[in-house]
Structure formats: structure tokens, C-alpha cells
Design a protein around this ligand. Structure first.
Ligand SMILES: [Zn+2]
Length: 297
């Protein structure tokens, strides 16, 4: 372990001065079930190291997570499809103000929910997704999602006016490399849209390691500054920063709340209330819109 630690390097700024701020909370072996999008095991993470230069937090010893996604099956995720469609529509409405039309690529497209929202607004949209199960859900709905890991040139038909990276960058061990690859498939005046949790948000600070985004599938934790830094280093300038709104059914929210109660107590509520869908903006994620800088080759 000591020898490995010598090689620690910040995934954002390349500095080697990293400090362990949290030991691993993992006991036993990991399986696909730990990587479900709807997993509510908040606070369970691998060891977290903080860069002493840019404050980026990363899990340097849990980098090989792609195999878990490839075999993951998450029925609960698809049950929440209607709510997720509402939030992706909201994301697309923001994009529409800047790029009213064009060709869109969604990286980490899941079951194609954002693509569906983009198509409704008239965009030519496609996506790429590593999970076979999510890919199959998209196929059932005739949504153009390819199975694979970006960049996969033989499956994609760029260049694109818009690339979206929604709740993906916190799952990868080379965010700079991923974003640099995205730059290659973007048109010169194209935009990149990144949504990721904000580890410096008030919710994150209040809940500490009980914050819902501290979970095993997240191996990188950004704040506004180091998110913009990683983008800068990959050849992008920040154009606009926003707080995205999510939509949840009351039932889903009550389940999430119960994860914070002792013994996972359940919260009773009548059925019609449980089926209500409400917008929630906890201001604990960033939605950054980026443009290619002119300097990077
Ligand atoms: Zn750093």
C-alpha cells in the first residue's frame, strides 16, 4: 500500500500532494448491486483522498468500476422514468436557450431518457451507455443508444453541436481524459453540458459523509472551482453555471428520508400523496455549460 501511495496523483490538477481524509468504509467484496443508480447506502465509500492543491476529492483505490456498471440491473430506476423525464426536459430547456437545435450526444445515456427529452424538442440525439440492461431498456423504446464506453468511434456519428455528461464525471478515474475526448467530437462552436454533485454545497456540508452523493459508485467529488479547472485543462471555458432541478415522486422521497431514520423506519402516507411528483432543487449539484476554448489544439 505504501508503494502505491507514492504514485497518488490528482485526477484534476496532477499534483501529488494528496491527503487521506476518509478511510474506506467497504467491508467484503463489491458487486453490481453496490453500483445501482438507486442504491441508498449513503456514506459508504472507498478511501477518499483530498488534493492539497485544488481540493478535489477522489477514491484512488477504486478506479476499476466499469465492469460493475456493465452488469448492473436497476428496476427501481426505470420505475422512476416519468420523474427523470421531467428533469431531463428541464435540462434540455436550459440547453435550448443556448443551442436551439442541432446534433446531440449523451455520454452515459442510461436508458435514453435525456435523448427522449431532446427528441421531443426536435434535436437529432443519440447516446452511448456501458450498462447492457439500461441499453436494452432504451432499445425497447426505440431510442438511439449504443452499447459501449465512450470514446467508441465506430459507433458514433459526430461531430456534435451538444454533448451532455449528466451524472457521469463523478464515476470516472480520468475526468480530464474523458472531457478531452469529448472535445474531439464537438463542433468548434459546440457546447458541453456537465451535471455533477457539488461537494461544497450547503447540503453536503450539513450532512457530511451522510450526504446522498457520498456513495460507492462516486469516485470523484467536485466543487465549482475544480470542476471548472478540469474543464479548463481539457480545453473548455465555462459559459454558464446553474443549479439543476430534480423531480421526485413523494413515495421516492419518503424512501430516501427513511434511509436517514433509525432502523430504516418507513414514513406512512396515503397512496395519492405518494404518487404526487414534486420539483426539488436542493442546490447541491452543478450544471455547467462549457464552450471550447480557442487555444487548445
Ligand atoms: Zn488537484
Amino acid at each position: 500500500m505504501e508503494a502505491a501511495k507514492d504514485k497518488l496523483q490528482c485526477w484534476v490538477c496532477d499534483h501529488t500532494d494528496l491527503k487521506e481524509v476518509r478511510p474506506s468504509q467497504i467491508d467484503g467484496n463489491l458487486g453490481s448491486e453496490n453500483f445501482l443508480i438507486t442504491n441508498s447506502d449513503y456514506g459508504k465509500t472507498a478511501a477518499i483522498y483530498e488534493c492539497q492543491n485544488c481540493s478535489f476529492k477522489q477514491c484512488p483505490y477504486l478506479t476499476d468500476v466499469i465492469e460493475f456498471y456493465e452488469s448492473m440491473e436497476d428496476d427501481q430506476y426505470e420505475e422512476g422514468r416519468e420523474q427523470r423525464l421531467l428533469q431531463e426536459r428541464k435540462v434540455m430547456q436550459q440547453i435550448q436557450r443556448i443551442k436551439p437545435n442541432g446534433k446531440l450526444l449523451d455520454v452515459g445515456a442510461g436508458s435514453g431518457i435525456l435523448i427522449q427529452a431532446a427528441q421531443e424538442l426536435g434535436y437529432e440525439a443519440e447516446g452511448i451507455e456501458p450498462s447492457k440492461w439500461l441499453y436494452e431498456q432504451a432499445q425497447k423504446l426505440n431510442l438511439p443508444v449504443e452499447l459501449g464506453i465512450f470514446p467508441q468511434d465506430d459507433k458514433l456519428r459526430g461531430p456534435y453541436d451538444i454533448v451532455t455528461l449528466v451524472d457521469v464525471i463523478e464515476h470516472v478515474s480520468d475526468p480530464k481524459g474523458l472531457v478531452a475526448e469529448i472535445r474531439k467530437v464537438l463542433k468548434p462552436d459546440g457546447i458541453l453540458v456537465v451535471v455533477t454533485p457539488d461537494v461544497d454545497s450547503i447540503m453536503a456540508k450539513a450532512l457530511k459523509y451522510k450526504w446522498w452523493h457520498f456513495r460507492i459508485a462516486h469516485i470523484g467529488y467536485f466543487n465549482r472551482k475544480n470542476l471548472n479547472l478540469v474543464m479548463k485543462r481539457a480545453g473548455f471555458d465555462v459559459f454558464k453555471m446553474m443549479r439543476p432541478t430534480w423531480f421526485f415522486s413523494v413515495e421516492y422521497l419518503l424512501e430516501r428520508v427513511s434511509a436517514y431514520l433509525p432502523g430504516r423506519m418507513s414514513v406512512p402516507a396515503p397512496g395519492f400523496i405518494k404518487r404526487m411528483v414534486v420539483p426539488v432543487n436542493l442546490r447541491d449539484s452543478w450544471m455547467g455549460i462549457y464552450k471550447r476554448d480557442d487555444k487548445t489544439a
